[in-house]
Each structure stands twice: as C-alpha cells, then as structure tokens.
Design a protein around this ligand. Structure first.
Ligand code: TNX
Length: 532
C-alpha cells in the first residue's frame, strides 16, 4: 500500500489521496481543490461537539446521528463559539459559489466546514465522512479504529460541475422495500449525487398508490419480472423516501413511464385499452409491446387517468421534476405517439413541475417549454438519437446524459460466466459488458454533437432491474461503477481534454471500498483496483 500511495502522490496535482495510518484515504468524487497541510490531524473525541445553528444545525444533526452510533460519543449539536476539539458548520456567503459549494479545513485548530447554503454544508460532511476511518459507517461502536477517529490536516475547496447528478432505480421490474431504498439514498449521498430517479411504473408492475385509481396497485402491483411477487409504496412510504432523501439534499424524481411500458396499468383498467379488454399481467423481460390508447373513444378515461396520476404524484413530490417516460413505445404508431406525448407532457406541465422524458420524446415539437430530455443512446449516438436530444434544447429545455454503454449499471461487468455472480446478473444489449474503466472514461460534453456545455443539466446512472431481485444483487451491479459516474458528474473535466487519472481513481476507490465494507455493501471487487 505504501508504494501505491507514493506513486499516487508522485502524480502531483489534485489526487485527493493520501496516507492515513495504514489506509489510503481518498475522496470520491475528487474535490476541485484538496491539499494536505501536513499539520496535526484533527481527532474526534468524546469532547467533540458540532457547533452549528439554524439550517446548519439540521445538517450537523444528520451527520451526528450516524457518528454517535459509530463512535459511542455524545457529539451534541450546540451553538456558540467553536473550540479546537469541535466540528463547526458555518453558513458563509463567501465560502464558494452556488448552493452546493463548500470548504473544509481540518487541523490542530479544529474542523470547520463552511458553505453558502445548507446543501453545501451537507456535501462537506460527506467529504468529512470519507476522510474519517471507515468504521464511521458502522451502526454500533464495537469497532473503534486503532488510530482513533482522526482526520488528516487538510484544506478542501469544492463545488459540483453539474447541477443534476442522478441515480435511477428501477423499482418496477423488481420491487425494493422502503428500507432498501433509504440505504441506497445514503450511499449515493456519500458520492455527492443529488437526485434519486425512481422508475415507479412499467409493464411488470405499478409501484405507487394513486387514490383515484386504486387498482393501479390493487392489481398492477401484484407482479414483477420472473414471477417473484410484487409490492408498492403507500403514499406514506413515498413521503418517507422523499423526506429521508431531502435530509441528504437528494431530490426524488418520480417517473411514470408513458405511453409504452404500461401493461401493469392497462391490466388494472380495461377502459384504458383501445379494445376495452384488460391484458394479463406481465412477468417477462420484453419491452415495447404495451401502449396507452390514443383513440378519441378512450380520450375521456385516458386524460382523466393522466390528470389524476400526475396530480397525485406531483402533490407528494416537493422536487421540481416529473419524469413521464416516453421511451421504447414500439407498439404506438408515430401519429398516436405524438398525440399521446402532447397530452402526457401537458398533463405533467399542468402540475407546475418541469417535465423530463427519455430522448425519444424529442420527436414531438409540442413539448412544454423547458422540458428536459434524458439521453440513453450510446457514447457515439446511433440513428437519430442526437437530433431527438437536441430537439429538447431547441424547445427551451436541457439534457441529462445517461449513455447506456457506459452509464447503465445493469450492464454486465464482464461476460465471464464463471464470474462471482455466476454470470446471471445483468444484460449485454448496450455494447456490454461495461468495465469500470469504460464507466469512468467518457466526457459528457463529447457525446451529442450540437449540445453546448450549458445545455447539459447533468448526468445520471440508471440501474434497470429485470435481472436484479435482491439488494445484494443491486449493490453488486451498482458499486463500484456508480462511483465513476459520480466523479464524472461532480469533478472538473481534466484540463486540455486529457483523460481522467485512472490510477488516482483506483486508489481512492480502494479507500471508498473500506467504507462500503463497513456499510455491508456487497460491491464487485473488480480487477485493477487495489482493494484493501
Ligand atoms: C432499456 S433505454 C430500457 C429499459 C430496460 C433497459 C434494460 C430505456 C429508456 N429503457 O426499459 O429496462 O433497457 O437494460
């Protein structure tokens, strides 16, 4: 490990990697500026207090709640003047530009995180989390670190590159209970991701209770891929997810996938079908066979469905976005698709939310102003994917990039059937397998020609769950590749169009791995990373 650390440090610049006792301490995503000041480390002891007031106090409380479990210390949150043994969280307009910027200074004088807003303070606490020994992740104090709860003397100044940094979880193909979603939120927050996109509906299941259409979950939630039973979130469940996310400055983006991917809804309500007959529930993995009905005979029911669903979802979603799908509507004629997309996006916009749709929706020239497109084609766009995507910008919107061949976390890591997963997890269709290096080796501004940097709202890593039925299977596919996507989304692009520094990333990932181990996350220990 020592020679590795020396090698990483020798690379110079901002590697955000250093030696802390025997372990390599690294931060992912790499901060804009990270400097070891080589002074006395800061140590959290049973004397340490969080000094913070107002909004800063709430952020301190979120961090302290976990730190108390791991350390067994009292760690009270107090207001007043900070002492050298304290962690201070301070709102300071001069501590950076933007809501999520922050600075962190640690050393003999104490530890201080400053930010213009509470969001930045929270991001700063996630840097602190990674600077602390990995035992800080534990739910009990039975494993205090041998060297104490030390934080190296350091100076950090940081802010995100992109405003939208997302993780998409498909809870429709397989259902994931609330507790597992909360765990996922905590882990993506560690990587400074700030959006959880929940893919709530698909052919195989409808996962969110809608009061006006109770059979959406009454019938539509009973199934999943592979016939393993269903599940859904009550409105209170959903609010719990939203609230837990908000405490971590993560915005929930709900997706109701329309007009295709709707077999679960169609199976629950005959009146949504052109022939008036509800199809059977579906438990396979095909896509592109279901559609809402564009016929005028069904317009009353369909428009009432759209207004009710969008209204109820928007009402319990504090974030600004509503995702309405629009992908792979292969069973909808072009004319019907355009008609339905107009009605779907209008119903979405009528709630006051900004609508998001997969890039196919760019075929419509009647999108509500500002509609956001989510690009899922490859790093090298095929067919008309690029034009469909720039259509959103032409209509006043922006773009989220999720190139499937690098950012889809359900793609296999390797095609080795003897791999640790026995070869059964994940898919290959998006030019898979997708290695960690591929997930790390792309540049958002170089994907869609004609897209300016300012048109890119952000980056998102989806995980589709046709082949993933348990949280262990999910974790195995999501980690560590989501760390690569998080770094692309947060950290500055290397100067002069250079490639990102893989050696630094791998060394820092090894450090992150110790945190994932302490959390009990069953990530894939891919080759090439010096896992501890
Ligand atoms: C494509 S690309 C889908 C999903 C599948 C996924 C499997 C896109 C927007 N949709 O319906 O689950 O592939 O990898």
């Amino acid at each position: 490990t020592a020679s590795l650390v020396a090698a990483v440090l020798a690379l110079g610049g901002c590697t955000a990697t250093q030696e802390n006792g025997d372990a390599v301490t690294g931060i992912i995503p790499a901060p804009v500026q990270f400097e070891l000041t080589h002074g006395t480390p800061f140590t959290v002891t049973d004397e340490t207090r969080f000094v913070a007031s107002g909004d800063a106090g709430s952020v301190a409380e979120t961090f302290a709640a976990q730190a108390r479990l791991a350390t067994g210390f009292d760690l009270p949150v107090v207001s007043g003047d900070a002492e050298a043994s304290d962690i201070a969280l301070v709102i300071d307009a001069d501590a950076g530009t933007g809501e999520e910027a922050y600075t962190l200074e640690s050393g003999a004088d104490g530890l201080r995180i400053a930010a213009p807003a509470a969001a930045g303070l929270f991001r700063g606490t996630q840097t602190l989390r990674q600077l602390l020994p990995a035992e800080i992740e534990r739910a009990d104090a039975s494993a205090a670190p041998a060297g104490g709860w030390t934080v190296p003397a350091a100076s950090v100044a940081d802010a995100p590159r992109f405003a939208y940094r997302g993780s998409m979880l498909d809870v429709a193909r397989h259902f994931f209970p609330v507790e597992e979603v909360l765990d996922h939120i905590d882990r993506i927050a560690m990587l400074k991701l700030n959006v959880l996109h929940l893919h709530l509906t698909d052919d195989q299941g409808w996962r969110l209770a809608i009061d006006a259409w109770p059979e959406l979950t009454g019938i539509g939630a009973s199934t999943s891929t592979g016939g393993e039973g269903g599940g859904f979130y009550t409105k209170d469940d959903y609010r719990r997810i939203v609230e837990y996310a908000a405490e971590r400055f993560v915005t929930v983006v709900p997706e109701i996938d329309l007009p295709g991917h709707t077999n679960a809804a169609l199976s629950a309500y005959p009146e949504l079908n052109c022939d008036g007959v509800a199809p059977k529930p579906y438990e396979g993995i095909e896509v592109g066979f279901s559609s809402l009905c564009a016929s005028p005979e069904r317009a009353e029911a369909t428009d009432r469905f759209l207004a009710d669903v969008m209204g109820e979802v928007a009402e319990m979603t504090p974030g600004p976005w509503l995702h309405v799908g629009g992908d792979e509507s292969l069973a909808t004629s072009e004319a019907d698709y355009l008609d339905l997309v107009r009605r779907i996006t209008a119903a979405g916009a009528a709630t006051g939310k900004t609508v998001i749709g997969w890039h196919e929706m760019g075929s419509s020239r009647e999108l509500p102003t500002g509609t956001v497109g989510q690009y899922w084609d490859f790093v090298a766009p095929r067919d008309d994917a690029a034009e469909l995507t720039t259509s959103f910008v032409e209509q006043g919107g922006s773009v989220i990039l999720s190139p499937a061949d690098v950012a889809y976390l359900d793609m296999k890591y390797s095609d080795d059937p003897e791999g640790p997963d026995g070869g059964k997890l994940g898919q290959l269709w998006a030019d898979g397998p997708t290695t960690l290096e591929e997930a790390y080796g792309w540049e958002p501004t170089s994907i869609v020609p004609g897209l300016a940097a300012a048109d890119i709202l952000g980056v998102e890593a989806p995980v589709w769950t046709e082949t993933l039925g348990t949280s262990a299977e999910l974790e195995f596919m999501v980690f560590p590749r989501i760390a690569a996507i998080a770094e692309i989304a947060w950290s500055p692009a290397p100067a002069g169009g250079a490639a990102r520094d893989e050696a630094s990333f791998h060394a820092r990932l090894a450090s992150l791995g110790t945190h994932l181990d302490a959390l009990g996350v069953e990530y894939r220990k891919v080759d090439g990373v010096p896992w501890v």
